[in-house]
Design a protein around this ligand. Structure first.
Ligand code: THU
Length: 145
């Protein structure tokens, strides 16, 4: 399997980071008070955003990254190029394991921008964060095989 990180030009990276920072303002996090914003860049150039949405039944909370992926898929997207994740931390946070697996479904070569306090940025890629995801190719009878 190819593990090539798709490059992102500076302008796209800035726009994606800004979208993640902006949507973070809408995070609903009364339990953790940890506000997260995410923005995904689709292969066709469109950007979709999501924020974390917590619930009084804690286990039902959804992360910002997965909310952004769902928005993109609902708009017809099947391939993602990049994701930006914004938190208010001095050291930008990385996506949780569940979100890494969901992101891998739509972007094996995904570029990952981690945005912290004051716009402080770190760049990585999904192949590094999740080297061996479970995929439909692992299911013998799936439609992908
Ligand atoms: N959270 C995200 O939105 N993304 C992550 O990758 C990690 C965690 C949210 C879930 C929960 O609402 C809060 O952060 C604390 O875990």
């Amino acid at each position: 399997m190819a593990e090539r990180a798709v490059s992102l030009d500076g302008r796209q990276a800035d726009a994606l980071a800004a979208a993640a920072v902006a949507v973070r303002a809408h995070a609903y996090a009364p339990a953790s008070h940890f506000h997260v914003g995410a923005a995904v860049l689709a292969a066709d150039g469109r950007v979709f955003v999501g924020c974390n949405v917590e619930n009084a039944s804690y286990g039902l909370s959804i992360c910002a990254e997965r909310a952004a992926v769902c928005a993109a898929v609902a708009a017809g997207v099947r391939e993602l190029r990049a994701v930006a994740v914004a938190t208010g931390l001095d050291e930008p946070a990385r996506p949780c394991g569940a979100c890494r697996q969901v992101l891998a479904e739509f972007g094996r070569d995904l570029h990952v921008l981690l945005v912290g306090n004051d716009g402080k940025r770190r760049e990585t890629n999904l192949a590094q964060l999740l080297p061996e995801p479970f995929t439909f190719a692992d299911i013998p009878d799936s439609a992908e095989n």
